[in-house]
Ligand binder design. Structure first.
Ligand SMILES: Cc1cc2nc3c(=O)[nH]c(=O)nc-3n(C[C@H](O)[C@H](O)[C@H](O)COP(=O)(O)O)c2cc1C
Length: 184
């Protein structure tokens, strides 16, 4: 299958997720076209791909503006094929149902704003990259993590992504997609 993978990243963790899923898909024999929505690449015509997977991180309650603009500008083409969205956040790892709901609301807001409604959504837990943040970010993220019972050791980074759950999500979407083509 020809799969379009779109993404945005701020701190690099979503790029790692996309790199992982791209190599998994390619090993399974799929043809992946990768687009960083912050670059100047364009979406191919709908007859040049069979399914789309987009991935983006939540930063201060919303997805990066360049990705939102890119998806909105290409929503009609993207909607012509089955789509999956991978939302990357710290709240995805939270035990607090309110936090998890807030992230689900962010995804709904994203679809309302862009006009792109994926058929499958996965909430992937992201990473705390304390060693790469500037002083203010490190202080802010440490405070948020502390409030939620997360790690506050800023001498190292912390990764929360469940790679097996991510693989299972992508596998299921790719298996379903051919049956959904033309039904959206
Ligand atoms: C400045 C900043 C703001 C963030 N805001 C949120 C947030 O509102 N909700 C959340 O769940 N995670 C938040 N996060 C956590 C990120 O979603 C997480 O670190 C993710 O792995 C970042 O992905 P990226 O490396 O692709 O940018 C924030 C992280 C940073 C550095």
């Amino acid at each position: 299958m020809r799969i379009l993978v779109l993404y945005a990243t701020v701190e690099g963790h979503t790029r790692k997720i996309v790199g992982h899923l791209t190599s998994t898909l390619e090993k399974a024999g799929h043809d992946v076209r990768l687009i960083d929505s912050t670059g100047d690449d364009t979406v191919p015509a709908a007859d040049e791909f069979d399914a789309v997977i987009a991935a983006a991180p939540v930063h201060v309650g919303s997805f990066p503006a360049p990705l939102r603009r890119f998806v909105k500008a290409n929503a009609e083409t993207l909607m012509a094929r089955p789509g999956a969205f991978i939302s990357v956040s710290l709240s995805a790892a939270s035990a607090d149902k309110g936090e998890v709901q807030e992230i689900a609301d962010c995804v709904e807001e994203f679809s309302k704003e862009t006009g792109w409604w994926p058929i499958s959504i996965h909430h992937a837990a992201g990473a705390l990259k304390y060693t790469e943040y500037d002083f203010f970010r490190r202080w802010m993220l440490k405070r948020i993590a502390g409030k939620e019972g997360g790690p506050t050791d800023t001498s190292r980074d912390h990764e929360f992504t469940d790679w097996n759950a991510l693989d299972a999500f992508v596998k299921e979407f790719v298996e379903q997609a051919p049956n959904l083509a033309g039904k959206i």
